[in-house]
Ligand binder design. Structure first.
Ligand SMILES: [Zn+2]
Length: 284
């Protein structure tokens, strides 16, 4: 019986249509080991298509009406009752090694509705991007380096790695060639993370679920928060390295958290609004 582990990679503000058009090698490799679903965020009568809302939904497994993060601004919410999936998993299985790496303020500080990282994220690599003039263009490489070391040398069971440069570039330049270049850089980073998993001495005894997702899309000219299809588009890519699985036909972003827990053999809590994308019966 292989040890089951999870790597969830978060890319901020990556449009599904752009990512598909670019035929990204690493993302395609994960999808070939599983599936790539196009997903749609709730319309703005539920919540705006902004970063804090998007990641709260992805990580808590419930919709904005439940987790209560309805903007990027400081506000009361229910994250203490709807913790992110790392804390949920850790509370169910305290031997689990959970790992989070991010440089966006909402994960590691009380900025806006944060911190999104709860007490069950037991190892954190955190960089405060306010100290770096180039923002995510400077901090993503630092987060990437830390995550690579963690995945190569340590023994995480459930890892979340957040990279934000794509959103920054879209805000600065729109969704043209600079944006495509930033998405390609995220994909190159994903390739290196997967290389780290494969280089683990224990890799042959492990079964890694790799998932990649995004919190919202972008208008062609850059910018998000509204209800256009460009802003509401998202995606989920999931694949199992060194294993086979059956996958659901359709997906929503609230399905990510229950998929992670199911892979780890932890029952999804009743509060969850989604389903496991991985079937319980393996194909092989
Ligand atoms: Zn965002």
């Amino acid at each position: 019986m292989k040890r089951r582990k999870v790597l969830l990679v978060g890319w901020d503000g990556v449009r599904d249509d752009t990512a598909r058009r670019l035929a990204l090698p690493a993302l395609t490799e994960v999808a070939d080991a599983g599936r790539w679903w196009t997903t749609t965020l709730p319309d703005v009568d539920v919540a705006p298509t902004v970063t804090a809302v998007g990641w709260s939904t992805i990580l808590t497994g419930v919709w904005p009406g439940d987790h209560g993060v309805l903007a990027n601004e400081e506000e009361l919410n229910r994250l203490h009752r709807y913790p992110e999936v790392l804390t949920t998993a850790f509370c169910e299985r305290p031997t689990l090694a959970t790992y989070g790496a991010a440089s966006a303020l909402i994960f590691g500080t009380t900025f806006g509705p944060g911190p999104l990282f709860g007490p069950g994220v037991r190892t954190v690599d955190w960089v405060d991007r306010r100290h770096y003039p180039g923002k995510f263009t400077e901090t993503d490489p630092l987060i990437q380096e830390a995550a690579e070391r963690q995945l190569r040398e340590e023994d995480p069971d459930l890892a979340f790695v957040y990279l934000g440069e794509t959103d920054q570039i879209a805000h600065d330049f729109g969704t043209g060639v600079e944006y495509e270049g930033a998405i390609a850089r995220q994909d190159a980073r994903l390739a290196r993370l997967i290389d780290c998993l494969r280089s683990r001495p224990s890799f042959a005894d492990e079964e890694w679920l790799v998932m990649v997702t995004t919190d919202h899309g972008h208008l062609d000219e850059g910018g998000h928060g509204g209800g256009s299809w460009q802003e509401r588009q998202s995606f989920v890519v999931a694949g199992v390295l060194g294993g086979q699985a059956q996958w659901a036909e359709d997906a929503e972003n609230v399905d990510i958290a229950p998929t992670i827990l199911t892979h780890l053999g932890i029952p999804a809590p009743e509060r969850y609004r989604g389903k496991s994308l991985r079937g319980t019966v393996d194909a092989g």
